[in-house]
Design a protein. Structure first.
Length: 135
């Protein structure tokens, strides 16, 4: 059975966002890693989410970036631009991507219509961004 490009991108988006939220050691800013690297955080549109199990609300303006096969500096620049894309609430919505990349919004967090988590891939290279959740 053949897997569609959209299904592959959706799987990458989900894994990138999950790893964004899980966290790990920070990579050097200019490093290009063949393994997934956490590239740090940036301030962007406000995000919010209500935990369905507890009803507790989470919110913030810090977003975490991860990358593989591209410099963290590139991933952060692109994520800062893409997080500002107006988002209407549908997960895996295709975003206007950098040339040669396929990007989708990940959903799950609201940026008040001003942004959301997501990921981009180009072959085996990818980067993703999501809320920097409190530890």
């Amino acid at each position: 059975m053949r897997t569609s490009s959209f299904t592959k991108v959706a799987a990458l988006a989900a894994s990138a966002i999950a790893l964004c939220l899980a966290g790990s050691a920070l990579a050097a800013p200019g490093a290009v890693s063949t393994t997934q690297a956490v590239c740090g955080t940036f301030n962007g549109p406000g995000w919010s989410r209500v935990d369905p199990m507890t009803g507790t609300g989470l919110k913030g303006t810090a977003w975490k970036v991860i990358a593989q096969g591209v410099p963290c500096s590139y991933a952060k620049i692109q994520a800062k631009a893409l997080v500002k894309t107006p988002f209407k609430g549908e997960a895996l919505t295709k975003l206007k991507s950098p040339k040669g990349w396929t990007c989708v919004a990940g959903g799950g967090y609201s940026g008040g219509g001003k942004g959301t988590s997501g990921s981009c891939n180009q072959g085996r290279k990818y980067f993703g961004w999501g809320p920097a959740l409190p530890s």
